[in-house]
Design a protein around this ligand. Structure first.
Ligand code: SF4
Ligand code: SF4
Length: 340
């Protein structure tokens, strides 16, 4: 049975400098002077008010950085158009949101094109596509803010790693969003997507951009570069169960490739939607504290148990992620919760 360590303190009373001390009290022996550690996290959207606090992250970053060779704060680009869909503006927004310390790495490059494939041969995917720069780190430290999610049920460590480190192409595949379409009414025929498409899959048809589905490899670059948001992501193609399984398979591929991994879930400011929502959100559950474990399944199961909501939203079974991850041998749903 895996252990999940629980810092059960109100965020207004917790001295955030105690978090890395407690982390190292339990897992300090995992860190080595030669480690290169990627701290996978979400830097928040421009208007989000509930993403991870820089003052919570900074002491964790400092402590890990002092005890390893190299430490970076890492994320990958998102699919939807915005600051976080391009590497340089993603980093700029992270700094504007208060993450002014440390080395920030966007693992799939400027436009999300910098990816590697990892062979997994599982039910949904033979291989998964993730940000290439992750390859430069032997230690993955997942620092997840627990939230709800309209399609995946909830977002914890599995989603932070699986969806979060997927390249744009990997994210499109997780969503089964293969049939990108240009909204003809929105297209201003500026030619940007035609110039940027690496597969030359876009050309004008009757004066508007048109995607040749035979040539398109689903890299997602055109979505990010279109200044008029004319290229739409067909989000609805994947069922919630399939989406969750695909997220888990991507996390599986990533963790198979890492020498070391450790997980921290922050159960503060728990909102119905994830931090990609570019607006302020109301919290739906009271703050619970912080969990730490070396078992990605146990930490997410413990998070769901503490929240007491198995389904948020109600029509999605949130336990698909943990059940499927356990089936793949990624960890155990049985755990022992220990307050520290
Ligand atoms: S998603 Fe398809 S059409 Fe768009 S840039 Fe990539 S290859 Fe070209
Ligand atoms: S970038 Fe957008 S507006 Fe410009 S041609 Fe392509 S689809 Fe049309």
């Amino acid at each position: 049975m895996s252990q999940v360590f629980y810092i059960k303190e109100d965020k207004n009373e917790l001295n955030f400098k105690e978090i890395p001390e407690k982390l190292f009290e339990k897992f300090g022996n995992l860190f080595d002077k030669n480690d290169k550690t990627a701290i996978k996290m979400h830097f928040g959207e421009r208007k989000s008010n509930t993403h991870l606090s820089p003052s919570l992250v900074e002491p964790i970053y400092d402590k890990i950085n002092q005890n390893t060779k190299k430490t970076s704060l890492m994320d990958c680009n998102v699919l939807y158009r915005g600051d976080r869909s391009i590497g340089s503006t993603h980093k700029k927004l992270a700094k504007e949101n208060g993450f002014k310390f440390g080395n920030i790495v966007i693992a799939d490059g400027e436009k999300g094109e910098d990816e590697i494939s990892i062979e997994i041969n599982q039910k949904n995917f033979d291989k998964v596509k993730v940000g290439r720069k992750l390859k430069n780190y032997n230690f993955l430290f997942s620092l997840a803010h627990l939230t709800g999610h309209e399609a995946a049920g909830y977002g914890g460590a599995l989603k932070n790693v699986g969806m979060g480190l997927g390249s744009k192409s990997g994210k499109l595949e997780m969503h089964e969003a293969f049939n990108l379409e240009v909204e003809r009414d929105e297209c201003q025929a500026c030619g940007t997507c035609i110039r940027e498409c690496p597969e030359k899959a876009i050309r004008y048809v009757e004066g508007k951009a048109n995607i040749d589905k035979e040539k398109c490899i689903g890299c997602g670059i055109c979505i990010a570069v279109c200044p008029f948001e004319a290229i739409q992501i067909p989000w609805g193609d994947s069922s919630p169960r399939k989406l969750q399984e695909r997220i888990v398979e991507t996390a599986y591929g990533i963790l198979q490739n890492k020498e070391k991994s450790l997980f921290m879930n922050v159960l503060y400011d728990i909102t119905p939607e994830c931090d990609c929502v570019n607006q302020e959100q109301e919290c739906i559950v009271e703050d619970k504290g912080i969990l730490i474990s070396d078992d990605i399944v146990s930490i997410d199961q413990a998070s769901l148990d503490l929240i007491g909501l198995k389904n948020f939203p109600e029509d999605i079974d949130s336990e698909v992620q943990v059940t499927y991850a356990e089936k793949l041998g990624m960890g155990e749903r049985d755990y022992e919760l220990k307050e520290i």
